[in-house]
Design a protein around this ligand. Structure first.
Ligand SMILES: *Cc1c(COP(=O)(O)O)cnc(C)c1O
Length: 392
């Protein structure tokens, strides 16, 4: 065995021993409320495809139309020669939807966060970051070289205490997920806007799990709180409720011009295929118009959340279609997930380091397309297995 193989094997064995080794599950066919796994259909309760758009024929058609007209690849980075009609159109659609001056596409949410944060902030700056922020925000701050202050999750008093100390840094920013990806709880955007104002901070929010889900017209949690015009930087992804791929940043024209010139994850990468952008634009259009599907998502969400609590699960502070069933023990969470799969129910176990140590969980996500009988079927098995594993 080579040294490299040996190094990797030791690491993997250690993960195995800790019950933390991960592997890929093979899914075939399109994403939907049900997916095919190893030749059989299972109920899918772990995707971020909340509205079911990932398998929607209207997105497929938009992509096909775009490919017929504009081919498949984009040929280069946007700044070289890859800035195609579909990209510009989607940026206009998103900016209009969000009510901002301008928008910019990135190839993924991960790339958006590292690009935005590392270009805007540097070693003289101070960034306040919620302790449960997504890894891409954490990595963006790290890459920026800014001094990071992680505040206790959604604790506005603690954050204010930290903000009072104005010594040192020249510029300051607060960055938060709006809906937290592993907990499904909500950042108090009203208070964050107030604190950012009072203490002269830039405010950036990541709406990955809020777009299409929150707000009267699905614009996100900023719309829900009525603070869209008070957030400096609104970032979000097209890969979750939008069912497509890629991400955006919305804000002032100056912000977008700055990012085009400075964000390395925008500059040094090939533009997304135009068909992907066309599907994203179709998704935004559907989201803006199709209120009934959002209403259905919320009916399912409220029902599932209430029933999981009633059965005795710890769902944390979830108030969204992301419902954690907090098991704590990583091995038990993995066993729980496997037993559910044996019953034809797919709910992944989320373990450290994706979540803090001692908070392993099943991350159950609800979709608009789940039927009531399917929810009841899952609840029945959650309760049974929960008892078997002495968790209730
Ligand atoms: C999923 C997610 C991202 C990353 O988006 P991708 O498009 O999947 O790279 C960023 N932030 C949050 C909060 C997320 O949940």
């Amino acid at each position: 065995m080579s040294d490299l193989d040996e190094f990797m094997k030791i690491r993997l064995d250690a993960l195995d021993a800790a019950g933390l080794r991960r592997s890929l599950r093979r899914v075939t066919g399109a994403q939907g409320p049900r997916v095919e796994m190893d030749g059989r259909e299972v109920l899918n309760f772990c995707s971020n495809n909340y509205l079911g758009l990932a398998g929607d024929s209207r997105l497929v058609q938009a992509a096909l139309d775009s490919m017929k007209e504009g081919g498949f690849g984009s040929g280069a980075s946007r700044l070289v020669c890859g800035s195609m009609a579909a990209h510009r159109r989607l940026e206009r659609v998103i900016a209009d939807f969000k009510g901002t001056e301008a928008g910019l596409l990135f190839s993924s949410g991960y790339m958006a966060n590292i690009g935005i944060i590392s270009s805007l902030f540097g070693k003289d700056d101070l960034v306040f970051s919620d302790r449960l922020n997504h890894a891409s925000i954490v990595d963006g701050i790290r890459l920026s070289g800014a001094k990071a202050r992680r505040y206790p999750h959604c604790d506005m008093d603690a954050l204010e205490g930290m903000l009072r100390d104005r010594s040192g840094a020249c510029r300051r920013a607060i960055i938060t997920d709006s809906v937290f990806s592993m907990d499904g709880d909500l950042a108090p955007l009203d208070r964050l806007v107030e604190l950012a104002r009072r203490y002269d901070c830039v405010l950036m929010i990541d709406e990955a799990h809020a777009l299409g889900v929150f707000g009267e017209s699905g614009k996100g949690l900023a719309e829900h709180f009525g603070v869209g015009d008070k957030v400096d930087i609104q970032m979000g992804t097209l890969s979750k409720a939008a069912g497509a791929f890629g991400a955006y940043c919305c804000g002032s024209r100056t912000l977008i011009d700055f990012l085009v010139n400075q964000a390395r994850s925008f500059i040094y990468t090939t533009a997304m295929p135009p068909s992907v952008a066309a599907a994203g634009a179709k998704a935004i259009e559907i989201m803006a118009q199709d209120k009934p599907v959002r209403v259905k998502l919320w009916e399912n969400t409220r029902y599932m959340l209430a029933r999981c609590k009633a059965i005795g699960f710890d769902t944390g502070a979830s108030r969204s279609p992301v419902i954690p069933l907090i098991i704590r023990d990583s091995e038990k969470a993995a066993v729980f997930s496997q037993r559910l799969l044996d019953k034809g129910i797919f709910i992944g176990a989320i373990r450290p380091p994706t979540v803090p140590p001692g908070t392993a969980r099943l991350r159950l996500t609800v979709m608009a397309g789940h039927a009531r009988e399917e929810l009841d079927f899952v609840l029945k098995h959650l309760e049974e297995i929960g008892h078997e594993l002495c968790l209730l």
